[in-house]
Design a protein around this ligand. Structure first.
Ligand code: NDP
Length: 413
């Protein structure tokens, strides 16, 4: 592994440091973290840079330049991320730059449909944060999440897709005959059609202490934060495919991985379960419920774990914990906007719409396309959609299918 070219100086208890670390992590930008509470020389260095004031985070870049307490916009500009679109109107705006969104975009751009992709964080979606995708057709030896994302991005750019980063979507609405997308930084873009491909994110446990130790022992991305645990003991919470796969990945760094499963069995696929059970550094504990995240003022040190079989509680000593207990769709920005969601927030499309859309204005003269939402002209693909399989290859497949439907929709309008 090459040494990161960016160094973040801060303390574990500083919220602005946590935000900067999260921003770099979400953008898949490797960085070195130095806690100035634990390193007197680093503290002196920061004071020197900030006029004797110990202002953090202080972030030093490869060329020696540095930023002190930067805003997200300043950090994005320094890292050369594209944050301004060239125009305000497009044929299609794709919200979300994961495998579904980027595949759709490369299909539409190839058909000369003017396409803008707006992404909140790094391109590649959740797949980008996965160490290895082993079941992607055409990659017999597997492919790293980072490489897959870079390839998808390059391919989309080759066909002329415009890519915009660091924009959280605040909401969508109608502007006469068009759809408008508003970003939380105040920008507004219009398009003749939209594709929602915002995917999902890992659910939090909600136990006391979880938020207090975010980035200070509590993590949701093994690829981003696993390397901090060389030779250490980490716990993984969850019993699905994510928990099992990420535990295997964490054994590259950690000496010991304890998987805490609340139920009586793992839900991961058979093959992965076998690997987990046969791994000498992995211990699996069933009916183990994490009740609290405990630690010092700056770092997680223990988990309070209830053994549901015996009713006994223990304080399990860990250096870090990774939480993989399922997914929450990224659809907050759609609430109250006319796009129907299921009770968990996943987007309804095609056959899943009530009465298959027959009672929806706009679908009186034609049925919705398979991947069209309750708002005519607004499509959805990938993990954000109810009924999706949460697999990279099907997300890409849905992206392609949505692109072809969008092409047809735009032709008929
Ligand atoms: P899953 O929904 O598959 O599993 C969630 C796990 O977390 C379950 O073991 C569940 O336990 C547990 N859990 C849920 N809530 C809590 C809680 N409050 N406390 C403790 N444990 C809890 O989620 P994943 O993130 O693993 O996977 C999401 C989707 O992505 C799945 O469809 C999966 O198959 C797919 N995936 C596929 C991969 C691949 O094909 N290579 C890799 C990774 C993910 P319980 O069983 O008790 O409900």
């Amino acid at each position: 592994m090459t040494e990161p070219k960016i160094t973040v100086y801060g303390t574990y208890s500083c919220p602005a440091c946590r935000n900067s670390k999260m921003f770099l992590g979400e953008h898949q930008i490797p960085y070195r973290w130095v806690s100035i509470d634990d390193d007197a020389e680093a503290e002196r260095f920061v004071m020197e840079k900030t006029g004797g004031r110990r202002t953090i985070p202080t972030i030093v870049f490869e060329d020696g330049s540095f930023l002190v307490q930067p805003s997200v916009a300043e950090l994005a500009a320094q890292l050369g991320l594209k944050t301004e679109a060239s125009r305000s109107h497009y044929d299609l705006i794709v919200i979300g730059g994961g495998p579904a969104g980027l595949t759709a975009a490369l299909y539409t751009a190839r058909e000369a449909i003017d396409t803008l992709v707006i992404e909140r964080a790094a391109f590649g979606g959740q797949a980008a944060g996965t160490e290895r995708v082993d079941n992607m057709p055409g990659f017999p030896d597997g492919v790293t999440g980072t490489e897959l994302s870079q390839r998808l991005r390059r391919q989309a750019e080759r066909f002329g897709v415009e890519l915009l980063q660091v924009h959280e979507i605040a909401g969508i609405s109608r502007r006469d005959d068009l759809h408008a997308v508003r970003t939380s930084s105040g920008g507004e873009y219009t398009a003749r059609s939209l594709l929602i491909a915002t995917g999902s994110h890992y659910r939090r446990l909600g136990a006391p202490g979880e938020t207090d130790y975010l980035g200070a022992g509590v993590h949701f991305c093994a690829t981003c934060d696993g390397p901090f645990y060389k030779g250490k003991h980490v716990a993984v919470i969850g019993g699905g495919n994510s928990a099992a796969e990420e535990s295997l990945f964490l054994t590259k760094f950690a000496d010991h991985v304890t998987i805490l499963v609340r139920g009586k069995e793992l839900r991961a696929t058979h093959l992965i379960q076998e690997e987990v059970f046969n791994h000498p550094s992995i211990e699996v504990r069933f009916q183990a419920q994490v009740k609290a995240f405990l630690g010092s003022s700056s770092r997680l040190t223990h988990l309070k774990v209830l053994d549901a079989r015996t009713g006994r509680e223990e304080n399990l000593e860990v250096d870090g914990v990774f939480v993989f207990i399922g997914l929450i769709p990224n659809t907050r920005f759609l609430e109250g906007r006319g796009v129907l969601l299921d009770p968990w927030g996943f987007v309804l499309t095609g056959h899943d719409l009530p009465e298959q859309g027959r009672n929806i204005v706009g679908y009186k003269l034609r049925p919705p396309y398979m991947l069209e939402t309750s708002l005519p002209g607004v499509f959805a693909a990938g993990d954000v959609r109810k009924g999706s399989t949460k697999q990279v290859v099907s997300a890409a497949g849905e992206g392609a299918a949505a692109a072809l439907a969008i092409r047809d929709y735009l032709k008929r309008r």
